[in-house]
Design a protein around this ligand. Structure first.
Ligand SMILES: Cc1cc2nc3c(=O)[nH]c(=O)nc-3n(C[C@H](O)[C@H](O)[C@H](O)COP(=O)(O)O)c2cc1C
Length: 193
C-alpha cells in the first residue's frame, strides 16, 4: 500500500510562496510512489483557540475534519512561512485545535505521534524562513512527530519561481523534490519496521 502523505502550508494566501514550494515537494513525494492529499487551511477556518470556547462549544467541526485527515495519513509534509522569526498563527492555531481530544476521547496528540514529518519554508528574505522551519520542527517534535533530518528553506523565494510555479533553478528544484521523496522513504521504512 502506498504511503499516504498529507501536505499542508501555514499560509492561506493566494499566490503563497510556501504553497508553491510545498507543491514542488509534493511532486517529489508522488514520484516516490506516495498518495498525497494537499490541504489548504483556507478551507478550514477556525476561531483562535480558547479553552472556554472549547468547553462551551466543543472542538469546531473544521478541527474535527483536520483531525480525521491527519488520522488517515502516514506522513506529514509542512511548509511553514516565516512571520517575525516564527511560524504563522494560522498554522499553530490549527495544530493547537487538532491536539485536543478527538470525539472518541483519544488524545489529539496521537495524531502526530510517530508520524514521519518534513518541514520546509520559503520567504522573500535571504534566510528563506529558516527560523520558522526550525520553530515548527520543534513544535512537531514536542508532539511526538518523527522529523526527517532533511530540511529545505528557499531564500529570495519571490524571485525563484517561473512558469507553472516551477523553480527556475533545476538544482534547487531537485533538492526540494528530494525532501518529498525522503519523507516517503522514511515513512515506508517506519511502516516496515
Ligand atoms: C507579519 C509578517 C512578518 C514577517 N516576518 C518575516 C521574517 O521575520 N523573516 C522573513 O524572512 N520574512 C518575513 N515575512 C515575509 C513573509 O515570509 C512573506 O510574506 C512570505 O511570502 C509569506 O509566506 P507566503 O508567501 O507563503 O504567504 C513576514 C511577513 C509578515 C506578514
Amino acid at each position: 500500500m502506498a504511503v499516504r502523505v498529507l501536505a499542508i502550508s501555514g499560509s492561506a494566501r493566494k499566490g503563497s510562496l510556501n504553497q508553491k514550494l510545498l507543491n514542488v515537494a509534493v511532486q517529489g513525494a508522488l514520484a516516490a510512489g506516495a498518495e498525497v492529499t494537499v490541504v489548504s487551511l483556507s478551507d478550514y477556518p477556525l476561531p483562535f483557540f480558547d479553552s472556554e470556547l472549547e468547553r462551551e462549544q466543543g472542538v469546531p467541526a473544521h478541527a474535527l475534519d483536520l483531525q480525521k485527515l491527519f488520522s488517515e495519513h502516514d506522513a506529514l509534509l509542512v511548509a511553514s512561512p516565516d512571520y517575525n522569526g516564527g511560524y504563522t498563527a494560522l498554522l499553530k492555531n490549527a495544530i493547537d485545535w487538532m491536539s485536543r481530544p478527538t470525539p472518541e476521547k483519544v488524545s489529539g496528540l496521537a495524531l502526530f505521534a510517530n508520524k514521519a514529518t518534513a518541514v520546509i519554508s520559503a520567504s522573500p528574505g535571504p534566510m528563506g524562513g529558516i527560523r520558522s522551519m526550525l520553530a515548527m520542527r520543534s513544535v512537531l517534535e514536542k508532539l511526538g512527530a518523527l522529523l526527517i533530518p532533511q530540511t529545505f528553506t528557499l531564500g529570495l523565494a519571490h524571485q525563484a519561481f517561473v512558469e507553472n510555479d516551477q523553480l527556475g533553478n533545476p538544482q534547487v528544484e531537485s533538492e526540494v523534490k528530494a525532501i518529498g521523496a525522503a519523507l516517503v522513504r522514511f515513512s515506508g521504512a517506519l511502516r516496515a519496521a
